[in-house]
Design a binder for this molecule. Structure first.
Ligand code: GDP
Length: 449
């Protein structure tokens, strides 16, 4: 994500850091680089202008000039201004959904066709059910595309929320009101209304969604926009913001090769906070938007927090605790445990998906090709462990030459590979002995702190 922008800015950041003295000339030179990088990434011109003006003013201010490391201080200014451009100045509550209303809290989704509305409804329903323990109902007012209604039903059922069926012969406003009535009678906490999009801004569509808005008076009206749209995203955002009292924005497809402009401009253009970022087609590909972390990511400073969160999400805490308990009480780390640890690694969202959250220097070190290799090798190791008997897994010391040959054949690998896997297992086992008090959990904590 945002690769080009990040690469260019990371270069500027590196130069800035190295500058022992900031003069008007070298500061201007750096700002010119930043400006070009932003424009190339499709950031809207007014947003770029304001950003550069703010950075310039602060760069020449006391705080930076008087700093022992002015280059570093300037990087700090750029980071903070980027974050504030994306809404950091609104405070951390800005990305929260508002539920302060008589239930059900209604969330109305707006956006063009293909922006990712329906997918986002599924993701939100999952998030609200699992993280916020809400009872969620979804409904579609897209009476023009029966397939869209079907798609909403599918994602809703996938995440275990309730779905209100709508007839294509009904009017969008009537459907929304019927769903609201149903939600009230069945004590739903949240009603999410998916609406029809069009390929471009169109008056009939705006009319329709405005009417639905007026009828149900949602507490949240979220504008869903595809981050890959570049400048078009900005124009669309403007049109929707003019027509509807938006309360927040969801930026989708930030996992793609978006140039990032939308992420940086949409808040400036609409004045509304970005509440969520879509980071994948799957229904767990949703992140609460954090401007400061996003700024770090864009500047190639990595996003260690997201990495740790992702890792923790993948980790089966109960399993990790069981393992810790077992080791602590003198139990032996066997191949079953090794396999479950391999499984954990895979669950951490796939290693390559963690890549773009690492700082730029690490990304270069561990190229995508290496990561793909690593994933493959985890799968092969699992294959070998699967080819073992239960007895062998519990007592790896039983595995001598003839058993190794059998396992190799069973897993379709060479005997040497079985040897290598067993020696990796040995390493892990002795590491576990050392850690004793907590394996994975302890490593996680040490990463965080
Ligand atoms: P709608 O027409 O606005 O309801 O859009 P959909 O929800 O049908 O999404 C359009 C396409 O975008 C689908 O292929 C989705 O899988 C895809 N999509 C949605 N959100 C994301 C995202 O965050 N990342 C990626 N990579 N794809 C997404």
């Amino acid at each position: 994500m945002l690769d080009n922008l990040t690469q260019r800015l990371a270069k500027v950041v590196k130069t800035m850091r190295g500058e022992a003295r900031l003069t008007e000339t070298n500061t201007a030179e750096m700002l010119r680089e930043v400006r070009l990088a932003l424009l190339e990434a499709d950031v809207a011109l007014p947003a770029v202008r304001e950003f550069i003006a703010n950075v310039k003013q602060k760069a020449l201010g006391e705080e930076v000039i008087a700093s022992l490391t002015p280059g570093q201080a300037l990087v700090g200014v750029v980071q903070r201004e980027l974050a504030s451009l994306m809404g950091a100045d609104l405070g951390p509550e800005a990305s929260q959904l508002n539920f302060a209303t008589q239930p059900p809290a209604i969330i109305l989704m707006a956006g063009l066709q293909g922006a990712g509305k329906t997918t986002t409804v599924g993701k939100l329903a999952k998030y609200l059910r699992e993280q916020k323990k809400k009872k969620v109902l979804t409904v579609s007012t897209d009476v023009y595309r029966p397939a869209a209604i079907g798609q909403l039903q599918t994602v809703t059922e996938q995440v275990g929320a309730d779905f209100f069926p709508s007839l294509t012969t009904d009017k969008p406003v009537d459907i929304a009101l019927a769903a609201l009535d149903f939600a009230k009678r069945h004590y739903h906490d949240v009603l999410i209304i998916d609406t029809a999009g069009r390929l471009g801004i169109d008056e009939a569509m705006m009319h329709e969604i405005t009417a639905v808005h007026a009828a149900v008076k949602p507490i949240e009206t979220l504008f869903v926009v595809d981050a890959m749209l570049g400048q078009d995203a900005i124009n669309t955002a403007k049109a929707f913001n003019d027509a509807l009292p938006l309360t927040g924005i969801v930026l989708t497809k930030l996992d793609g090769d978006a140039r990032g402009g939308a992420a940086l401009s949409v808040r400036h253009i609409t004045g509304k906070p970005i509440k969520f970022a879509g980071v994948g087609e799957k229904l767990d590909g949703l992140e609460a938007f954090d401007p400061s972390r996003m700024a770090n990511r864009i500047l190639g400073m990595g996003d260690i927090l997201a990495l740790v969160e992702e890792a923790q999400k993948g980790v089966d805490v109960a399993a990790a605790q069981d393992l810790a308990q077992k080791i602590k009480s003198g139990g032996k780390f066997d191949l079953n445990d090794f396999k479950s640890q391999l499984g954990q690694m895979k669950k951490m969202g796939g290693m390559s998906s963690l890549m773009d959250k690492l700082p730029a220097q690490f990304q270069q070190a561990a190229s995508a090709a290496n990561m793909g290799q690593a994933e493959k090798s985890v799968r092969r190791m699992e294959g070998m462990i699967n080819a073992m008997t239960a007895q062998e897994r519990a007592k790896p010391e039983l595995i001598k030459a003839s058993r190794k040959r059998r396992i190799a054949i069973g897993a379709g690998v060479q005997v040497q590979e079985v040897n290598r896997m067993l020696s990796q297992f040995d390493q892990m086992q002795s590491m576990m002995k050392k850690l004793k008090s907590g394996g994975m959990m302890k490593m996680m904590r040490s990463m965080k702190g």
